[in-house]
Design a protein around this ligand. Structure first.
Ligand code: NAP
Length: 429
């Protein structure tokens, strides 16, 4: 019997995720080692502030002041980067670790979506792993599912709910009938939103994940052309309107190839109440992969938090212990291709348009005329009269997004408009 090799691990970053991972690995070392053909040992740990009180106990000689020195130490095999941020210390650490032939595990979507191409080239050249399952949808094993379980499939489209914070906010606004700002405050109190939730609610977090998934699904380099809208402008009126019309609002990310072009987009979306995706509430994430020959495949779970993220990190450690996959994006760097991207303007959607107007004679006929001039065909019109204004809701037939945008621009200039007209695209799938 061949002797099991011991892989020495260094964890850099002992915040929310790092401390939970450290304690989990200590407690479950035997369980993990028994399942793999090699074993691991936590050799070193590091973070910014040595004196900070942490929920972990460790021998003094485990701590390393200068985390960068780990990348050159002979007794380090795997570096787990849990600092965060696309640049700064995380970038320095990961580039140096791979250059020095250390395996790297990271939960950092910002880093992978920005530097994944360069990093994967170095990892492949140096025959070490760059693992990042925890960077996309926390505990939902979507990276490994695409790279391994769906390896024989041609993916046509991938979409879903990729951000737990925004999904929690939208579901709570609907359930508790409270405003966006009040819901955000509750989310912060419950630990579902960070003190600065910008990246979650403005769609940037989803954008990073969509870019990573596109590369994996379509064998391409990371493409930064992506249409991004967040959820800040959604209010209770939209949520109520959606419900009356048989929909729910979700922040969805989409990536698909249409006529050899890549279309990536993130925006609030009307989904039918009866659809699967509408039932995914709270902090849950769900990813739908439409591939051939498999058809539609759905995976759902906790998208963030220390427990779910640790589950993904342990899978990454195990992958290295087993000697699995050296190609971070599934195929060799030399076989990945540049892909041309298309603009959302050229896609066709049926949309919900909300136009708040002064309640004046002739307004509705002027609005319908503007729609018609811009080739946007109306399927349904509803009017909610309020004390000081009237809210006109229009559901369009499927039309070119650029035409809807032109319509809204023209409308925004009209003197009877009291608030910037709003559009939410409808997903029929
Ligand atoms: N939180 C989640 O639910 C979640 C889910 C999926 C992925 N992730 C990703 O996991 C990573 C870690 O997230 P987190 O929530 O654990 O973050 P966090 O709580 O803010 O912890 C960050 C850690 O990085 C350390 N650090 C910061 N600057 C450093 C520097 N210059 N040198 C060395 N260490 C430094 C900090 O040290 P001190 O402790 O000494 O200040 C801290 O221990 C991020 O990439 C995040 O996007 C998080």
């Amino acid at each position: 019997m061949t002797k099991k090799k011991i892989f020495n691990i260094a964890i850099v970053g002992l915040g929310n995720i790092g401390t939970y991972l450290y304690n989990f690995l200590k407690k479950n070392k035997n369980l993990i080692n028994n399942k793999n053909n090699n074993t691991f040992k936590i050799k070193y740990i590091s973070a910014k502030n040595k004196r900070k009180k942490r929920k972990i106990s460790f021998r003094k000689n485990l701590w390393i002041d200068n985390y960068m020195s780990l990348t050159k130490m002979k007794d380090v095999d795997i570096i787990i980067e849990l600092i965060g941020g696309s640049d700064g210390p995380a970038k320095k650490l990961v580039f140096s670790a791979l250059k020095n032939k250390k395996h790297v595990i990271t939960a950092n979507k910002a880093l992978i979506s920005k530097y994944g191409d360069k990093l994967s080239k170095i990892a492949e050249k140096n025959k070490v792993n760059l693992e990042y399952e925890a960077a996309v949808c926390g505990g939902v094993p979507i990276i490994r599912m695409i790279k391994e379980s769906l390896i024989g499939n041609k993916v046509n489209k991938i979409f879903g709910i990729f951000n737990g914070t925004s999904n929690y906010i939208l579901s709570s606004m609907e359930k508790n009938k409270i405003s966006f700002n009040d819901t955000l405050s509750v989310a912060k109190k419950l630990g579902y939103a960070e003190s600065n939730p910008k990246s979650d609610i403005d769609g940037d977090d989803v954008s990073s994940k969509v870019k990573i998934l596109s590369s994996l699904c379509f064998g391409s380099f990371v493409n930064s052309n992506i249409h991004v809208e967040g959820i800040r402008s959604i209010d209770n009126e939209d949520i109520i309107n959606a419900s009356k019309l048989g929909f729910k609002i979700k922040l969805l990310g989409f990536s698909e190839i249409i006529n050899n072009k890549l279309y990536q987009r993130v925006h609030p979306t009307f989904v039918k109440k009866s659809s699967y995706i509408a039932s995914v509430d709270g902090v849950l994430n769900a990813v739908i992969v439409d591939g051939s020959p498999i058809g539609k495949n759905i995976i759902q779970g906790e998208g963030a938090g220390a427990t779910a993220t640790t589950s993904a990190l342990v899978a990454d450690i195990s992958s290295i212990l087993r000697g699995n996959i050296k190609k971070p994006f599934g195929i060799s760097h030399s076989k990945r291709k540049k892909i041309t991207s298309g603009k959302i303007d050229n896609l066709y959607f049926s949309s919900y348009v909300r136009i708040n107007v002064k309640d004046k004679y002739g307004v509705l006929s002027d609005i319908t005329r503007i729609f018609s001039t811009n080739k946007v065909s109306i399927k349904r019109v509803l009017q909610n009269p309020y004390k000081k204004y009237s809210s006109i809701l229009i559901i369009t037939h499927s039309c070119k997004d650029a035409d809807i945008q032109k319509t809204l621009k023209t409308l925004a200039k009209k003197s009877y408009i009291i608030q910037k007209p709003k559009i939410i695209r409808i997903e029929n799938g």
